[in-house]
Design a binder for this molecule. Structure first.
Ligand SMILES: [Zn+2]
Ligand SMILES: [Zn+2]
Length: 514
């Protein structure tokens, strides 16, 4: 895993309930808080994927699930708050495991709990009620069965076409027919049933059964039309890539997905990536190949379901993100710590008082302030490099006031600092910090608002470290300013986390998550 952006690719599709069993032996399996907690633990242990959603099959659902989901959410909250004992006790795990999860959460990892809902005839009829009771962060809608005329079982028999046990029936039902039936069912379900993400669109090709290219493209377009109309994202599923399949089939599979992401991007349909892991070891598996595919299509933004919404996650800070950040003049978030992707307005929070007038020029000393803020770099050793001198913005004030001494110093500094001089410097933060960026994962997922606008969150924390001002002249002042700087780092961050949490909660209760 060389490219740190790989860890930033959100994995929206995993099955904590384990591998498939023989078809007739699959029975519902109850979630436990421990099972879910451990699923997230493995991601925390390897620090990847940083955003992970578990989404088990409809036919595995039980009445216990909503309770377990509720409990694990509470455990995760405790872990995030640093209450290791409480988290361990709630989730039924040992404290060291809770500590690992706690650390991951505090570093900005995020876990969602959703469901993969399909047309499995074995699922209980009230499956959707149970899913609703789980208050899923997201629903992956997929189709694993098509109705065929079975030689022995008769008409309208639901065929699990991607199940090896029933692969013999591909002799009976040609690829064209299979795809026709599949698309009809999928589009109908996407149109009428609850969903956030279209699951593994190419699943009928699991055994190499593809329709003609012309038909396939037509199907892709029709699916994307529905997805666009209904605000759904499409999932690029990597399971096929890390399972046993001939190389030429994998190549064809990748090509199809490359086309799909290009089309999705062109239409403004969100893209989600799913490993479809049935074991923790496969979380994020195959994502290296997906990154290449995304790069080729110049896609930097993916979606991740949070509280029934599709949050946007940027794999790296681009110029656009930097500019949005400079404008918003708000706290930089820790790498990957912002899981909301929602603007304050959307969250029902009042606008920040001073965030209002966006400065078009972005030149004043104040504007410089946020750039320097090292909130995000908090987790690296570079933190100390951040100078605090200028631009105390509103968001920082409370922190400043906590230490009047440093406050006074900072104030002096701010005044004294010749802003003219600074500006030029602030201007090339990119260059300056380039080396640093390398040092730390450039891939901090920074959910941002797609709409750009006012809600845009500052994407790059790293810039805060930019001014390696240690070399600048006002040496003494600088050192003085440093201390407050590091202090500020921590505080605003904490606050931010608070907001994020609150926001999610609010959203849940407000929107009642569909
Ligand atoms: Zn599936
Ligand atoms: Zn699946």
């Amino acid at each position: 895993m060389s490219d740190p952006r790989i860890a930033a690719i959100p994995d929206v599709h995993g099955h904590a309930k384990g591998e498939h069993r023989p078809y007739t032996e699959e029975r519902p399996i109850a979630y436990s808080a421990r099972m879910l907690f451990l699923w997230f633990y493995h991601a925390c242990r390897r620090e990847s994927p940083r955003f992970l959603m578990v989404a088990d099959h409809a036919n595995y659902l039980t009445f216990e699930d909503p309770g377990a989901v509720n409990t694990v959410r509470r455990a995760l909250k405790l872990a995030q708050a640093g209450d290791l004992l409480g988290a361990a006790e709630t989730a039924g795990v040992d404290v060291p495991l809770a500590a690992t999860v706690s650390e991951g959460l505090r570093r900005g990892m995020h876990f969602s709990i959703g469901a993969e809902i399909d047309n499995d005839p074995r699922a209980r009829p009230d499956a959707q009620n149970i899913v609703d009771a789980m208050r899923p962060d997201g629903i992956i809608r997929s189709v694993h069965f098509v109705p065929i005329h079975h030689p022995e079982k008769g008409a309208d028999w639901l065929w699990p076409f991607d199940n090896e046990e029933f692969s013999g029936l591909h002799e009976l039902v040609g690829a064209e027919k299979l795809w026709e039936l599949y698309i009809a069912k999928l589009l109908d379900d996407l149109d009428k049933l609850p969903a956030h993400v279209v699951g593994h669109f190419y699943v009928p090709a699991t055994f190499g059964r593809w329709p003609s290219n012309k038909k396939l493209e037509e199907y892709e377009d029709r699916m994307l039309d529905v997805a666009h109309r209904r605000g759904l994202a499409v999932e690029i599923n990597t399971r096929f890539l890390y399972r046993e399949h001939p190389d030429d089939r994998k190549k064809k599979y990748l090509e199809a997905n490359a086309r799909l992401v290009r089309k999705a991007k062109a239409r403004g349909v969100g893209i989600a990536i799913g490993s479809d892991a049935h074991s923790p070891k496969d979380q994020g598996n195959g994502f290296d190949q997906i990154l290449k595919l995304l790069d080729d299509a110049r896609i930097n933004e993916l979606v991740f379901p949070v509280a029934g919404r599709l949050a946007r996650v940027a794999l790296r800070a681009t110029r656009e993100h930097l500019e949005a950040q400079a404008q918003a003049r708000r706290q930089a978030s820790a790498p990957g710590s912002s899981i909301t992707g929602f603007s304050r307005a959307e969250l029902g929070l009042p606008e920040e008082p001073e965030t209002g007038g966006l400065r078009p020029s972005g030149r004043s000393a104040r504007d410089i302030g946020p750039k320097k803020r090292a909130g995000a770099s908090a987790r690296t050793s570079k933190r100390p490099a951040a100078p605090a001198s200028s631009g105390a913005s509103s968001s920082r004030r409370s922190t400043d006031s906590s230490s009047s001494a440093s406050k006074a110093k900072a104030a002096k500094l701010a005044k004294a600092a010749p802003s003219k001089k600074k500006q030029p410097k602030e201007h090339k933060p990119a260059k300056r910090s380039s080396s640093r960026r390398k040092a730390s994962p450039p891939a901090r997922p920074v959910p941002k608002r797609s709409s750009g606008g006012s809600g845009a969150q500052k994407a790059t924390p790293r810039k805060s470290t930019a001014p390696k001002s240690s070399t600048r002249k006002p040496a003494p002042k600088k050192s003085a300013a440093k201390k407050p700087a590091s202090r500020r780092l921590a505080k605003p961050k904490a606050r931010k986390a608070g907001y994020a949490k609150k926001s999610i909660k609010k959203k849940k209760s407000a929107a009642k998550r569909r």
